[in-house]
Ligand binder design. Structure first.
Ligand SMILES: C[S@@+](CC[C@H](N)C(=O)[O-])C[C@H]1O[C@@H](n2cnc3c(N)ncnc32)[C@H](O)[C@@H]1O
Length: 285
């Protein structure tokens, strides 16, 4: 069994990028009355206590969300992101950090549905408890699958309302995850060509990352936005995360413009050395 626990990383620079983008997509989807589904193939525990021993051990959030917490010059999307997390904390103190299922739950309307996949036995228990504590009305909107999200995704597509956001956010602990991600996207698009597929990936010096991105960029007849944020020089040993990226297929048309403002800001304020940088490309849209 894999050992990845997201609590170590909650609120780090990669979560900032991923969750700011997720919020942008959800707000955009909420502009239309039509219901939608959110399918999160790698859900995690849902909510994290940044003061507990797991998060404190690495305290990655200190170089992530904590650097933005008190700022008053944030670009619009990052302000939405910080406001969202302020709202789940009392007295302005950063204690709780939402994972992707929680961000989704807070933005969804009663007619929308959230389908979550998680495999880690501890994470799934915490996730299920967290959801149960929200009461019956919320629990009714959510289905948790203790199954492989890569292969389980196709069973959920196309969503009944024919509108949907699919977040694919593996830990990539296993290098096979790169290929599995690509396969899940390709199979997913066959069943649901208009879905918004948001793929997170780590910036690490691995051939598999480049191969996956090349294949994603070559997918026929797709519109996409690709954003990446590097916060420091790649480690000399070749491994270790120095940033992350998000590849969004069928993105809201507003996303690229928002990222043009937020990425330079993140590269400046989340920099861990003077090599921090970003990239932003797109096709169509
Ligand atoms: C990066 S974390 C997810 C974080 C979450 N999406 C968020 O943004 O808050 C990846 C999660 O996927 C789980 N996982 C690993 N392999 C999986 C698989 N094949 N199917 C479903 N979940 C898996 C891990 O236990 C871990 O909790």
């Amino acid at each position: 069994m894999f050992s990845y626990r997201h609590a170590f990383h909650a609120g780090n620079h990669a979560d900032v990028l991923k969750h700011a983008i997720l919020l942008h997509i959800l707000h955009y989807y909420n502009k239309k009355e039509t219901p939608y589904w959110i399918i999160d193939t790698h859900a995690g525990a849902g909510v994290y206590d940044l003061q507990d021993a797991w998060a404190e051990k690495t305290a990655e959030f200190r170089d992530g969300i904590a650097r933005l917490w008190e700022r008053n010059d944030l670009p619009a999307d990052l302000q939405v992101y910080i406001d969202h997390i302020h709202n789940m904390n009392e007295d302005g103190e950063l204690v709780f950090y939402p994972g992707s299922p929680w961000i989704a739950l807070e933005l969804m309307r009663p007619k929308d549905r959230l389908h979550l996949f998680e495999l880690h036995p501890t994470e799934i228990d915490v996730l299920s408890d967290n959801i149960a504590q929200q009461g019956r009305e919320i629990a009714r909107q959510v289905t948790v699958f203790e199954k492989d999200g890569f292969t389980g995704l196709k069973s959920q597509l196309p969503p009944v309302p024919k509108r949907g956001i699919i977040l694919i956010d593996p830990s990539y602990e296993d290098k096979k995850d790169y290929r599995s991600t690509l396969t899940a996207v390709k199979e997913g698009l066959k069943r649901f060509a208009t879905g918004c597929f948001a793929v997170w990936y780590p910036l690490v010096r691995r051939k598999e990352v480049h191969d996956m991105l090349k294949q994603l960029e070559k997918l026929p007849d797709t519109q996409w936005v690709h954003a990446s944020l590097s916060v420091k020089k790649p480690p000399l040993d070749g491994y270790g995360l120095h940033g992350s990226g998000m590849f969004i297929i069928n993105p809201p048309y507003t996303l690229h413009g928002a990222l043009e403002k937020s990425l330079p800001y993140l590269a400046k304020h989340l920099a861990q050395d003077d090599t921090a940088t970003f990239s932003l490309t797109r096709q169509g849209n």
